[in-house]
Design a protein around this ligand. Sequence first.
Ligand code: GCU
Ligand code: CA
Length: 624
Amino acid sequence: MKILNRPLRAAGLASLVTLAALAVGVTLPAWAAPTRYEAESATISQGVVESNHAGFSGSGFVNTDNAVGSAVQWSVTLPSAGNATLTIRYANASGANRPADIIVNGTTVAAASAFNVTSAWTTWTDKSVTALLAAGTNTIRVAATTAQGTANLDYLDVEVITAPSETLLSRGRPATASSVEDATLPAANAVDGSTTTRWASAAGVDPQWVRVDLGAPSSITRVELNWEAAYATGYRIEVSADGSAWTSVYSTTTGNGGTDAITGLGANGRYVRVYGTARATQWGYSLWEFDVYGTGPSVPPSPSAPPSPPTGTTPVAINGQLRVCGVKLCNRYNQPIQLRGMSTHGIQWYPQCVNDSSLNALATDWNADVLRVSMYVQEGGYETNPQLFTDRVHGYIEQATARGMYVIVDWHMLTPGDPNYNLARARTFFTAIAQRHANKTNILYEVANEPNGVGWPAIKSYAEQIIPTIRAIDADAVVLVGTRAWSSLGLSDGSSETEVINNKVNATNIMYTFHFYAASHGSSYLNALSRAADQIPMFVTEFGTQEASGDGPNNFTQAQAYLDLMAAKKISWTNWNYSDDFRTGAVFTTGTCGTGPYAGTSRLKPAGVWVRDRIRTADNFPTG
Ligand code: GCU
Ligand code: CA
């Protein structure tokens, strides 16, 4: 929610230190035993390699200059994101403690961390911190914060302690087979997610295989097979980097059909196949499903992948995993859709409005497609108790999922307005959310609610840092990026949508957000949204029929003009807000959330009646 006349904070980005060429990185296996990085092989700022005090590892240690900012920086490359224990070995017999910042990827994870005196320069000791590392190259820097410089530094050990959660890599990916029994039983039927469609090979011939292309080199942890009556007694699971040279990672001669879960594989490859060597029957080999799980880079389902049939009538059952197609939001049939729903108010203030009954009303009386979970970061929100608020969001996600609704996980940064201020918190939070929910198809990540007092380049830079954190774990989710001046596309700072159109975030499968309040934001805002939506993917994650404070008189005429535009251009929206706050934009009568009823209109303010009527109308979700 935007507050008018909020004093703008100067856009004071911390100046970024440009780093010298990094030491040669080593690629760590995921969640392996510690890997050692010697200090003498790292990048040294103000310091020298020495070997005059015994007990060091490698060929020496680093004696930095006794100056503020003297530093050693290591480069650590990981195949996928994960939490890691960083252990730094040091000695300090100088007589003074030598605090230093430990900085991971530009973010200080331990400020002025103690590197206290040890009994001698030959007495080495360990200092450990835990930090989230990203997929790819990470920088880990130890930088002195006092004129004493750093302690003598020997090495950095990195131990990845949590693997990113497994995801299903094979669903909807291209599949081929050695043969098919007939044209109605193709290989694709084994990876379509449906247990009523199957692949079957030609009868009576060995061997036969079915294979899937995961689309990218992947770390494969588990394969699940769901056999039809024509099962294999003998088969192998094989992997390949190129689709021609195969390595067997599992084999059996005692298969008994049904479902086989083959776990703990630890294999690497892009292609995976089931290679049948002995049949249980006189027929061929037939699989209802062939699922490959892993942690490797995955890619969104290819546009040509055959969608599996809906198994229900909820928005998620019909539309499945969403993706950005051109400037639209598309469903599993690659058809543009519009989602309509509600945003919560701040979940630190109004959890009483998000309960079983109110969510039932939202799903089945309001017929909402989407719930936006608005988790403030400051103002008594996430930063005060990260675990509590993360758990609260987990809970709301499960409740929305059970009702077949999409969920926007809203990182409701607002004050301060520079999203970079909360980057480290955002990484921790979104990692936890993605690890828990990556296998769901209904999560959209909104990474910056309303940036303000900060220019678009800073917002773009933030987005380009947080998006890879999420994608390392949840590769195919749509990410929503806030825009300048309270997500007004810059208009409330006197700018325009062109600053985004001409300088897009360097990421795919993302949309930009626009927020409007109809009694404050007239046709110039509406026209900007209209122009922008023709050129970049837009999602309205907040709007009100009243003023920008979320309060004051409603302007339903202007609000309807926006809704007509959004319907015509299939711009999805969530309205602010599903609470009983005293302001006119909170849909429920003040103070009624404890008891309800939530369905119907008896407890709704005028804005609530108006927006409920506009969410309830039938959806138009193309399935062809
Ligand atoms: C001595 C010692 C160095 C150490 C330095 C210091 O010169 O030999 O290893 O780094 O003191 O106090 O910084
Ligand atoms: Ca020194």
